[in-house]
Design a protein around this ligand. Sequence first.
Ligand code: CIR
Length: 262
Amino acid sequence: MLVAITREVSEAIGACELSYLPRRQIVLERARLQHRKYEECLEALGCMVRRLPAEPWFPDSVFVEDAAVVLEDLAVITRPGAESRRGETVSIARALSAYRSLAHIVAPGILDGGDVLRLGHRLFVGLSRRSNQAGVEQMRRLLNAGGYTVIGVQVKNCLHLKSAVTQVAQDTLLMNPDWIDSEVFGSMRRIEVDPAEPFAANALMTPGGVVFPAAFAATRKRMEDAGINVVPVDVTELAKAEGGVTCCSLIFSAPEIAFRQS
Ligand code: CIR
């Protein structure tokens, strides 16, 4: 069974962290409706959605991806790069402890889950404003023994590594080549975002299809032309908070029994 951990949009989302976009009004009800539809989309794609209650005191807490990196045998609870977001990890750790043993990133390390792109047993970790070398080294120490290779990747002009590159098929990456050095990914097939849609590289691959913002029609066409099944969702309100489609869930496999007991 695939579990998707999500969290209701905070009523304080208007006070979210912003790094690259100007602040624009976020209509809470519209954001919650779009988020609900996103969850329905995950359900339709076969995920068992486990929605955590809103945390009104954490404006960005809907973006659960940043609080943890979930692997088969272990969940790494992060130390988010933005100080305002550090407390979000407490409830995420509690929820994940039903499914995985936990490890933690500690100071001086910082790491956001949005900076971690997993390709099989390789974990690419963005060196960004939110994740640092100490965070990368801690990930390496925690995961090398499990057979994972952890590779730091410089990220520029965007929030996270996964703002710049995500996996959209077994052998295919969707990327904005202006924001990363694409050479580190070797010979995998690449689809570049349409130049008019620089924020379109964040897509969420699931076994049933690739969840993707409906607003990026030109990049969607590029993916469809490459034979990828794209499932569009409207996430325009969450995008005003610099959130994408990967950041609103933590998806991992778990035996059904764990879900019942948690
Ligand atoms: C932040 O700046 O932390 C939030 N406003 C957006 C986080 C988006 N997270 C993600 O893409 N993984």
